[in-house]
Each structure stands twice: as C-alpha cells, then as structure tokens.
Design a protein around this ligand. Structure first.
Ligand code: HEM
Length: 129
C-alpha cells in the first residue's frame, strides 16, 4: 500500500520538475515560477525520502550487503546523486537569480543532470519493488 503512495508522489515530483524547467527553457520564460516550482519539488523530494526511510527503514535495508541486488544499488546511488546535485543547483540558482550570469552554464548543466538522475531514480524504483 505505502509503495503506491510513494510512487504516486514520485511521479508528481518529476512532473512538477518538468513543469518548472519548462518555465525557463520554453518560449515564455517565467523565472519566478521556475524558482518557486523547483524549490517545492526539491523539498517534497527530500520529504519523500524521509517518509520512505521512516516507514520502511529503507536506508538500513539498502545497506545490508547480503540482500543487495545490482538494481537496488543503482537506484539508491541515483537517489543520493540527485539530492547532492540539489545542493549545488540551489546555490548556483540563487547566485544566478541575484545577477551572477557566470553561474548560468553551471546551473543549466547541473539542473539537466539532476533531472536525468531523478527520472532514472523513478524508473529504477519500479524495478526494485
Ligand atoms: C532541480 C532543480 C532545478 C533545475 C533542474 C533547474 C534547471 C534550470 C535550467 C535548465 C535553466 C535554464 C538555463 C538557461 O537556459 O540559461 C534554469 C534557469 C534558472 N534557474 Fe534553475 N533549476 C533548478 C532550481 C533552481 C533554483 C532552486 C533556483 C533559485 C534558487 C533557480 C534559479 C534559476 C534562475 C534564476 C534561472 C535563470 C532564468 C532566466 O533566464 O531568467 N533554479 N534552471
């Protein structure tokens, strides 16, 4: 049961992120909506990881080497990489927003990397069920 709730949230988070990125890559740019949407998606994502950990002890389970399958390792690594990327995206995004254009390239690359790892996390989450 809880798996369905987690998966649903995960799909919604990815949809929210795609919407937020479309606000700066599309024709009609809206920086304010981009920032607001991405912040919400990142906070929700971290809350989702906490929910999974608190209800299932997922991290403890995943770190038991004996039961680890390759796909579970890949899934957990992708999830960790995504959250680490959020930190750098947030700091470069804040600087970009305050006018430091030198951070644009970095923010864009890191942002697109995080989007890729987040979608890959979602795909692999269906394989570890
Ligand atoms: C996972 C989260 C995020 C992703 C994937 C992401 C991705 C992107 C991408 C792809 C662009 C377009 C860059 C370009 O074409 O020049 C962009 C622009 C931007 N982002 Fe983010 N971003 C994220 C979070 C944030 C956050 C948290 C902030 C602020 C605190 C932020 C601030 C900005 C700003 C100011 C721009 C420039 C918009 C403009 O051209 O007016 N982003 N972001």
């Amino acid at each position: 049961m809880s798996a369905v709730i987690f998966q649903t949230q995960s799909v919604l988070i990815v949809a929210l992120m795609l919407y937020g990125v479309s606000k700066v890559l599309g024709k009609r740019k809206n920086r304010f909506q981009h920032i607001r949407t991405m912040k919400l998606a990142m906070i929700w994502d971290i809350l989702l990881i906490l929910q999974i950990e608190l209800t299932r002890g997922a991290i403890a389970k995943a770190s038991k080497a004996m039961e680890n399958t390759a796909i579970l390792n890949i899934h957990v690594s992708l999830a960790v990489a995504t959250v680490l990327l959020y930190i750098f995206i947030y700091s470069s995004g804040k600087k970009l927003d305050s006018g430091d254009e030198s951070k644009r390239g970095k923010h864009k690359v890191l942002g697109l990397c995080a989007l890729t790892t987040r979608i890959a996390t979602l795909i692999t989450s269906f394989l570890v069920l």
